[in-house]
Design a protein around this ligand. Structure first.
Ligand code: SF4
Length: 610
């Protein structure tokens, strides 16, 4: 059983339960692929992204919560307040599985509650509850505790926004469990615009599996294989920042807002350093045998934490570490925790602040602009003030809250912001991997490594089964077809929904999907579905005004660094894009998918583009 929808209109309070057409499930699988199909009928380019009529979609996948390898995740989707384009962000923890156990695969929220509210979903019972006492008062962790007490259900799972979401900061996120985040594209702002503080869920049903016993055996075998993977050991022992030293050496890790080739302090902020100083345990999303989450305790000093606090992931380590040339790990941990509590994406918050440091360093900004704060590389102390100002939209923070593109524009040079289509570039430098550069400029949600982590392919993580093989990391010509197929494959993963950190083969996932849902999918059929969803997200963006003019890297990423692991290299975007459009069946002049491509995927209904 998949495609069970719980639809809630927060303006009217109307609650409906229904099912979506089965063809949509067979065409798009689930997760963000299916969300694109749901959103298509609702997209109106004339509306503001925060118009209450725009839907906010929570879409699980057919593997979510099944105990399959790293399948505790699901997607939050809608029109992005940060980019104005397609928005999606997937989140782990336990709340996606809980939604399915409550009897729903999809939560479809529209409207705007007249007063701050939270949803309480307990199997068939669905309530819209007042949240005025939480709004502006409780952070994302406190909200979870308070709502569990209020509904008298200690096992309820709660996802919440913080002050940033309440104040509709465009890069606000949604947080759940032990610091799990739907971090990117501002889904927290979309939630805040609906006056929705939180969603609490408790389900007591079994997640339906068509061939339950077969699935159990397959899942057991897949998890056993996963446990034997080197990557699993690395993520479990050292977390996602386990490869900091290596990534810094090869030129992948950004420093000094993308302008420095090396950072001597990298070893002091690495996963190994965390493991040998403050790590007290690991945390895993539902059913995951990898357990990349960090549980830490900084016992003393200015940045001490409570026991069992969340330790930062790689992106946060870079955002408040290498990007600011800060080597103080406890300080970075604290700044990451502040972002989590306010409910802000650490990638965009950190990058926007780092851009302010660059402007200050270059004399384009002074203490007169920053409210008296001196922004010097290596000193992250001002970040404590800035993060709070961003969340409250006060002082200098009210400008930073508009994001890096607005900040750079304010100071006369929009192209100085390291972003693509409004989304800040994540912490994998595209000058180190030309394939990743192509991913960033063509991703449907702006610069993103969760639509394709092609840098991992270029590091040796090939997918020979589907013809994605190793290429030279700086090779430009002859790579686009591999990148495109990897994007299609990762779209399948985001539809199932399966965590990218799990090394599981396509055929293994096809077998698991078939046992779970009683289908007869082959790997090529799954890939076709991925291509279909990828092109539909593209079509949504074309309707929303995306043109190929903005599919380019910002100028800082087109300036070669003079030493370090990526010395002298910049990707040839003209070659990469020309070959990519040809491989994709997209018009080179407009960037739009050609009618014959859309028709071959059953997407003719999106034509003509507005
Ligand atoms: S690898 Fe980490 S993020 Fe992925 S599902 Fe497992 S615990 Fe969650």
């Amino acid at each position: 059983m998949f495609g069970r929808v719980l639809k809630i209109d927060l303006t009217t309070g109307k609650i409906q339960k229904n099912k979506i057409p089965s063809k949509w499930v067979s065409d798009f699988i689930g997760g963000s692929g299916l969300a694109a199909r749901l959103l298509w009928d609702e997209i109106d380019p004339a509306r503001d992204p925060l118009d209450p009529r725009n839907p906010f979609l929570w879409v699980t996948g057919p593997l979510t919560g099944t105990g399959g390898p790293a399948t505790g995740r699901f997607s939050l989707c809608g029109r992005s307040p940060q980019t104005g384009l397609w928005g999606e962000s997937n989140i782990g923890g336990f709340i996606g599985p809980e939604l399915r156990r409550a009897g729903y695969d999809i939560l479809w929220i529209t409207g705007r509650s007249p007063q701050p509210a939270y949803l309480w979903i307990h199997n068939d019972a669905v309530e819209i509850c007042p949240a005025g006492h939480l709004w502006g008062q409780a952070d994302t962790y406190e909200t979870q505790i308070l709502i569990r007490e209020e509904v008298s259900e200690p096992r309820a799972r709660v996802a919440a926004i913080g002050m940033a979401g309440e104040n509709v900061v465009p890069f606000a996120n949604v947080m759940a469990d032990h610091g799990r985040a739907a971090g990117r594209t501002g889904m927290g702002a979309l939630m805040g615009s609906k006056n929705l503080k939180a969603v609490a869920i408790r389900g007591n049903n079994e997640i339906p599996l068509v061939k339950a016993e077969e699935f159990k055996q397959l899942s057991k075998a897949a998890n056993k294989t996963l446990l034997e993977q080197n990557m699993t050991s690395m993520f479990n022992s050292l977390g996602t920042s386990g490869a900091v030293d290596y990534l810094q050496i090869i030129g992948d890790m950004p420093q000094k807002y993308w302008t420095a080739p090396t950072f001597d302090g990298a070893p002091q902020i690495s996963g190994s350093e965390m493991a040998s100083t403050v790590l007290t345990g690991t945390r895993a999303c539902h059913g995951c045998v990898i357990g990349c989450g960090r549980e830490i305790h900084v016992k003393e000093g200015a940045y001490k934490t409570a026991p069992k606090s969340k330790g930062p992931a790689y992106e946060t380590i870079c955002a408040f570490g290498s990007q600011l040339l800060v080597n103080n790990l406890p300080m970075i941990i604290k700044l990451g925790d502040i972002c989590d509590r306010f409910g802000m994406d650490t990638i965009s918050a950190g990058n926007t602040i780092a851009l302010a440091y660059l402007l200050f360093d270059r004399g384009l900004m002074s203490v007169a602009d920053t409210g008296g704060l001196a922004l010097h590389w290596g000193d992250a102390q001002p970040c404590f003030t800035l993060l709070e100002q961003i969340a409250r939209r006060e002082g200098f923070g009210s400008l930073l809250a508009q994001g890096s593109r607005a900040l750079a524009t304010q100071y006369g040079d929009p192209d100085l912001a390291v972003q693509v289509n409004g989304l800040d570039v994540p912490m994998h430098d595209p000058r180190a991997f030309s394939g990743q550069a192509l991913v960033y400029v063509t991703s449907p949600r702006g610069a993103c490594h969760n639509q394709s982590d092609f840098f991992n392919v270029e590091l040796g993580g090939t997918l020979d089964e589907i013809g994605i093989t190793m290429t030279d990391r700086w090779q430009d010509s002859g790579k686009a077809d591999h990148v495109m197929r990897h994007q299609h494959w990762r779209t399948v993963c985001n539809s199932l929904v399966v965590c990218f950190f799990a090394v599981v083969s396509p055929s293994e996932l096809a077998t698991l999907l078939n046992a779970a849902s009683g289908t007869d999918w082959s790997v090529p059929i799954m890939l076709k579905s991925g291509e279909r969803a990828w092109n539909l997200k593209r079509a949504i963006n074309c309707h929303l005004g995306l043109t190929r003019n903005t599919e380019r890297l910002p100028k800082l990423l087109l300036q070669p660094l003079t030493e370090g692991g990526q010395e002298g290299h910049i990707p040839d975007m003209d070659v990469l894009l020309r070959e990519y459009y040809a491989a994709s069946g997209w018009d080179e002049a407009t960037g739009q998918p050609k009618p014959e491509k859309l028709n071959s995927l059953g997407l003719g209904f999106v034509l003509p583009f507005s």
